[in-house]
Design a protein around this ligand. Sequence first.
Ligand code: NAP
Length: 286
Amino acid sequence: MDEGYIRLNNGMEMPLVGLGVFRMKGYECTKNVISAVESGYRLIDTAAVYGNERAVGDAVRWCGLPREQLFVTTKLWYTNCSYHNAKRALEKSLKNLGLDYVDLYLIHEPYGWLKGTWRALEECVREGKVRAIGLSNFCERDIENITRGAEIMPAVDQIELHPLYKREKLLAYLNERGITPEAWAPFGAGKSGILDHPVIARVAERRGCTVAQAVLAWLRAKGAVAIPKSSNPERMAENLASLSVELTDEDIRNIDCLDLGDSLFPWDKGIRRPLRKAIGFLHYII
Ligand SMILES: NC(=O)c1ccc[n+]([C@@H]2O[C@H](COP(=O)([O-])OP(=O)(O)OC[C@H]3O[C@@H](n4cnc5c(N)ncnc54)[C@H](OP(=O)(O)O)[C@@H]3O)[C@@H](O)[C@H]2O)c1
């Protein structure tokens, strides 16, 4: 297997570092994706709810690389989580992207009628519209529920994962089930202090790399794909170059100690979770 790729449980190869495009819009997004592809990125992570599938699709067509050399991920928003809505939502995403297929289609959040949704996604794989299917923000219990009776196992679980939230138990579970973890917000969205952390800065200094590269190398050591977002060509290149950074066991242990054991993003905490469950259910029955 090519260096810089990880093999998924369905045999496909997935790049270990990709570009996240959350909050990028229109021409700016297209320009950033083309710039990322020019600097060597092959994985682009978007979602229906980001509102930029069209811009990503333009970049995929205009970047000059054959489609099969790129790995395009998009996600199904939870208000479309039912058998029929999932199929319609994928058609809409493909139309927005202007593509015949996506490489990875993820259920964005664990709400709605998930059994029916998964069955629809399995059919989309068989119809050739999606090469791999997976999950996002699913914990152990959600994964147990959705995989009971499933014909295709999820290939990926895209989760919040960074040095302040290392999720050891969930990673062990994913490893046991053969599901590849994919880290969203690897830098804590850039405002969590991760990129200024003195412990990571010391590791970076010892390895002769930047703090961002040390974080991405730590994620790679955990077996995770990472999708840092950057709109800056130099930082994009810096992030991709993390693939040549090797940490020692001691470096990894030092970064492991920074875990705070909880999410940095409160949008899915407290009352919000049952609220989203209820909204997902309402969308399913109406
Ligand atoms: N599945 C989900 O629920 C979910 C949720 C959130 C995000 N995501 C995905 O994960 C991707 C990444 O997460 P994120 O966008 O929230 O945050 P992130 O990747 O953790 O951080 C992005 C921030 O870090 C900065 N940055 C990037 N590379 C840097 C470097 N080498 N040095 C210094 N600063 C750097 C960026 O600034 P510049 O742009 O100026 O470089 C930006 O402000 C998203 O774009 C999206 O695709 C998924």
